[in-house]
Each structure stands twice: as structure tokens, then as C-alpha cells.
Design a binder for this molecule. Structure first.
Ligand code: NAD
Length: 332
């Protein structure tokens, strides 16, 4: 199979590309415009996998160029990661999010239709679930959004479901919960930009700057008072794409799956684990709850276990150790 991975140099895309190179015989073609990644990641993927991978520096919205790539590489399936992903940035620049995440998806789907692509996997997010749900939430939970980023994911899902009905494109929508961690050699990882608002980059920044780490909210109705999230190791998330594509070949149609650990981890547990496994001592301080943060966000993972035969294997300590190794290798 010839698979186009959009955003394949990004955090989740690079781990998934590596997973496919190490575990399948598929030919992988990456398209990435490097807006939130570095070209050096390509060499790292090639070095770890000892395999070649085609790369095109391009935007997925560049319809004609994408058609050219799909035709010349004879693409059968697309795994679409390329998108902007910051909630905060989406509030400041909503139009950029509609353009980059929605218009680009439509251009990509037009190209896929012209080139007779059969299979499509879409990176969605737990943000598509309304805060009115009880957690753990299954795939039939109530949908909603509270920021433009979440809205683009919800619109993306809708566009894909319509595309399936109209053109017969086979689709899997994966709703990721909270991916963290890195592959264990410590070479691939998330960008430690000053605007990164994910928990691991923020923890490492606190360590680097010898500053306390602020946990937002210590009075949630949870055991230790801090919010509970469903953290999943990015290697586990990457392998779910392989299961999803295999499934799609055997069960054409449209499918939606939650991808999470299916187990709640409190923010305090995570920071304690990070300190313990990495032998560091980041001081913890508490701030008021952040607007929009839920006490708990947790995946019901029964469907993906039963239908895809997929289950996360790595635990919290692996996530904390691997994240630290990557940041320490690159940003110390
Ligand atoms: P990332 O920013 O690390 O990777 C995205 C990659 O896509 C980057 O390499 C970027 O340069 C590229 N890109 C962005 N816009 C592009 C465009 N128009 N054309 C070509 N390349 C483009 O993000 P990530 O964390 O790897 O996330 C991947 C996908 O998963 C995104 O769709 C994101 O919304 C979704 N997701 C991420 C998380 C998370 O916590 N990281 C959670 C849920 C869903």
C-alpha cells in the first residue's frame, strides 16, 4: 500500500510514520509544510527506522500539488494529521484555524476523490465532546465545542461523514484524548516552543527555569482535588492508526473510535510520577481553575478494544520517562 501521511513530521505524525516503517511494508509518503515541525525530524525517522520515506514540503491545501503527489505515488490511503492544534491560538486567530484545518481538509478530500484514494484516517480529538457528558464518554456522547479549534475538529468529522456517504470514501475518525510521551530513543518529540501549552513541555520548562509548576485547581471533586485526564503514550496512539487502517481494509465504511488509556490520571499524579521517575524535584503550586477546564475527561475505550483489538500498553511512568529523555536530549 502507498500511504500519504500529512503532518508526518509533527509530534503524532512522526511517531506514526515510524510505527508504520518499523511494522509494515507500506510505502510512506509524507507531506508537511513544516509550520510546526523541523525538517531534521525526517532524518531522525530515516535513521531510527533505517528505511527510506518520501517527503514533500507542501501544504495540504495546495490542491494541484497534492494531486500531483497522489498520482505519482499512486496513493491508496491518507492519514491526515496536518492541522493547527492550539486552543489558545484558535481563540486569537480563528480564521487561520478555519483555513488551515477546514478549507485544507476540503482541498485534500477533493484531491483524494480525483485520485481515487480509498481510505482516510482523520485525527480528531476529545474536544469534540460536550462538557455536558458523563465521563468516561463513549463514541455516542453528546458533541459540542467551546473554541474554534474544537469547532474545526467537529466540522472535519462532519465533512468526512458526508464524504463517505457521497463518494464511498472509507473513513476512520480517531478521537485522541491526551497524547504525551515520546518514542524511547528520545529523538522524536513535541516542540518546546514558548507558547506550547501541553503539560509535558510546560513541566519541562518549569524544571529548566527552576520555577514551580502551577496546577490549575486543587478543589475539583476528585480524590486529590486536581483535574483528571486520560493520558495516552504517543507510541500507543501511533499503533492505533495501524490497527485502524487494517480494520478499514477488512471493514470498509465509516467508523469512529476513542483512543485513550481508558484510565483517569490526575494532574498531581502525573507531576509526582515525573519527579519520581526522572529523579527531579519540581515544586508544585496551585492556581485557580482555568475557565473551560473540566474536572474529568476520560475515554470509554470498549469500542476500540473490541473492534480494532487495540489497547494501550504503556503506563504513566513510561510517558514521564520518555518525555523527559526527549526534552533533555534536545533542550537541555
Ligand atoms: P503537530 O503540530 O506536532 O503536527 C502537525 C504537523 O502538521 C506539523 O508538522 C505541521 O508542520 C504540519 N502542518 C500543519 N498545517 C499544515 C498544512 N496546512 N499543510 C501541511 N502541513 C501542515 O501536532 P500533533 O500534536 O502531532 O497533532 C496532529 C493531529 O492530531 C492534529 O490534527 C491535531 O489537531 C490532532 N490532535 C492532537 C492532540 C495533541 O494533544 N497533540 C490531541 C488531539 C488531536
Amino acid at each position: 500500500m502507498n500511504i500519504l501521511i500529512t503532518g508526518g513530521l509533527g509530534y503524532i505524525g512522526s511517531h506514526t510514520t515510524l510505527d508504520f516503517l518499523l511494522n509494515t511494508d507500506h510505502h510512506i509518503v509524507i507531506v508537511d509544510n513544516c509550520s510546526n515541525s523541523d525538517i531534521s525530524t525526517l532524518e531522525k525517522i530515516r535513521a531510527i527506522s533505517k528505511q527510506n520515506v518520501s517527503f514533500n514540503e507542501a501544504s495540504v491545501g495546495d490542491h494541484d500539488l497534492i494531486i500531483e503527489i497522489m498520482k505519482s505515488e499512486n496513493i491508496d490511503a491518507v492519514i491526515h494529521f496536518a492541522a493547527a492544534k492550539s486552543v489558545a491560538q484558535s481563540l486569537q486567530q480563528p480564521h487561520f484555524y478555519y483555513e488551515n484545518n477546514v478549507s485544507s481538509l476540503m482541498a485534500l478530500l477533493n484531491a483524494a476523490r480525483s485520485c481515487n484514494v480509498k481510505h482516510f484516517i482523520f485525527s480528531s480529538s476529545a474536544t469534540v465532546y460536550s462538557d455536558t457528558n458523563q465521563f468516561p464518554v463513549d463514541e455516542d456522547g453528546v458533541l459540542g465545542y467551546i473554541n474554534p479549534y474544537g469547532q474545526t475538529k467537529l466540522i472535519g468529522e462532519d465533512i468526512l461523514l458526508r464524504e463517505h456517504r457521497q463518494s464511498g470514501l472509507n473513513i476512520v475518525i480517531l478521537r485522541y484524548f491526551n497524547p504525551i510521551g515520546n518514542e524511547s530513543t528520545g529523538q522524536l518529540g513535541d516542540q518546546l516552543t514558548s507558547s506550547a501549552t501541553n503539560i509535558m513541555p510546560m513541566l519541562y520548562r518549569a524544571l529548566q527555569q527552576n520555577k514551580p509548576f502551577f496546577i490549575f485547581g486543587d478543589n475539583y471533586p476528585t480524590e486529590d482535588g486536581t483535574a483528571i485526564r486520560d493520558y495516552i503514550h504517543v507510541n500507543d496512539l501511533a499503533s492505533a492508526h495501524r490497527n485502524a487502517l487494517n480494520y478499514l481494509y477488512n471493514e470498509p465504511g465509516s467508523h469512529i473510535f476513542n483512543v485513550g488509556l481508558g484510565k483517569g490520571i490526575s494532574v498531581l499524579d502525573l507531576v509526582n510520577s515525573f519527579n519520581r521517575v526522572n529523579h527531579v524535584d519540581i515544586e508544585i503550586k496551585y492556581q485557580q481553575r482555568r475557565a473551560g477546564d473540566l474536572p474529568m475527561c476520560l475515554a470509554d475505550t470498549k469500542k476500540i478494544k473490541i473492534q480494532l483489538g487495540w489497547q494501550a500498553k504503556k503506563g504513566l511512568d513510561d510517558m514521564c520517562r520518555d518525555a523527559f529523555t526527549f526534552f533533555n536530549n534536545h533542550y537541555r
